[in-house]
Design a protein around this ligand. Structure first.
Ligand code: SF4
Length: 293
C-alpha cells in the first residue's frame, strides 16, 4: 500500500457519510466536539533550568482562541500588581528634586532625555536660578546653554521660562495642585501633570503614561491603544486608584531593568507566565498576536 494512504474505516452507524440527503430529525442530538487547541506547558521550571533551557515558543494564537482568557480579569491584574510590589517595593520617581517646582522643571526637561542626564543638569540650573521668580525673569535664550545637553533645548527653555511666568502671574508663584490648573502651564501635558500630582502632592488623578508604561501596558494586554491618553483611560479602569501612582513608577523601573524595548529579558521577568506579548524573547505560555509591543 502506498505511504500516506489509510484505508477508509466503516462508519459506526453502518452508513457511509452523505448517503442520505435527508435532514436529521429534530430529535437527534448532534454532539459538538471542541476543536483541539494546542497549549504550551504551563509548568514554570526553576530559574536555573529555565536559563539553561533552549528558547522555545508555544504555538502562536490570539487571546480570543484561548478559552476563558481575559487579560483584564481582576485576578490576573491583581497578580501583576502583587508581583510588581514584590519586585519593586520602593519604586519612586528617579528625577532628583526638592520642591514641586524643581520636579516640574525636571519633568519638562526629561522629555526625550534620560533621567540621569536631567539629574546632571538640574543642580546647575537650580543653583544659578534658585527661585521661580529668577526663572520668570529670564529670556528663554538665557536658559538654553544650561539645558542644551537635554536635547530640544529651545522648546524646553520656552516651556520652563513660560511655566515660571505663568506661576508668577496666575498662581502666586506656587505650583498648583489640580490637573485643570496644571494643564494651563506651558509645556505641561497630562504626563507631566500626573508626575507632579502623584510624586509631589501624592494625588492620584491619573496614571503617568510615558514610553515604558505605553509599551509594557500593551505587552501585558492591559490596553490595545497606542495613544497615551487612551492608554491612561484604559489603565484607570483596570488598576485600582490607590495603585495608580506606584504602578507607573514600578512599570517605569521594570521597563528600564527588564522589559526593555528591544530584546526584553523575559527569562528573568517576574511577570513571565502572565505575559503573552508577541515580542517576548522567552516564553512558557502562549504568544498572543494581540499583545503587541
Ligand atoms: S515577560 Fe518579557 S515582555 Fe513580558 S513583561 Fe516580562 S520582560 Fe516584558
Amino acid at each position: 500500500m502506498p505511504r500516506g494512504v489509510t484505508p477508509r474505516q466503516p462508519s459506526r452507524s453502518g452508513r457511509q457519510d452523505k448517503v442520505s440527503s435527508r435532514p436529521l430529525p429534530t430529535t437527534v442530538k448532534v454532539r459538538r466536539v471542541a476543536p483541539v487547541v494546542k497549549t504550551a506547558d504551563k509548568v514554570v521550571a526553576p530559574m536555573a533550568a529555565r536559563r539553561a533551557a533552549p528558547k522555545k515558543f508555544a504555538t502562536k494564537t490570539t487571546a480570543a482562541t484561548v478559552k476563558g482568557y481575559n487579560p483584564l480579569a481582576r485576578e490576573r491584574v491583581g497578580e501583576i500588581l502583587k508581583r510588581l510590589d514584590e519586585r519593586y517595593p520602593r519604586a519612586t520617581c528617579a528625577l532628583h528634586h526638592k520642591s514641586a517646582w524643581e520636579l516640574l522643571v525636571a519633568t519638562i526637561l526629561s522629555a526625550q532625555c534620560t533621567d540621569a542626564r536631567v539629574n546632571m543638569v538640574t543642580p546647575v540650573i537650580f543653583a544659578k536660578y534658585p527661585t521661580v521668580e529668577a526663572f520668570a525673569a529670564l529670556k528663554p535664550e538665557g536658559l538654553e546653554p544650561d539645558i542644551r545637553s537635554t536635547g530640544f533645548f529651545r522648546n524646553k527653555s520656552k516651556s520652563v521660562v513660560g511655566a515660571a511666568r505663568k506661576l508668577m502671574s496666575d498662581f502666586g508663584g506656587q505650583v498648583p495642585r489640580t490637573m485643570d490648573e496644571l494643564l494651563q502651564i506651558p509645556g505641561v501635558a497630562r504626563k507631566t501633570a500626573n508626575v507632579v500630582l502623584g510624586t509631589w502632592f501624592k494625588i492620584a488623578d491619573g496614571v503617568v503614561v510615558d514610553t515604558h508604561v505605553q509599551r509594557i501596558s500593551r505587552r501585558l494586554e492591559l490596553t490595545k491603544n497606542d495613544d497615551p491618553q487612551k492608554i491612561e483611560q484604559d489603565l484607570m479602569k483596570v488598576i485600582p486608584r490607590d495603585k495608580w501612582i506606584i504602578f507607573a513608577h514600578q512599570i517605569i523601573m521594570h521597563g528600564r531593568a527588564l522589559c526593555i524595548a528591544r530584546k526584553p529579558k523575559c527569562v528573568d521577568c517576574p511577570l513571565e507566565n502572565l505575559c503573552h506579548a508577541a515580542d517576548k524573547t522567552w516564553s512558557t505560555v502562549e504568544i498572543h498576536k494581540s499583545a503587541k509591543p
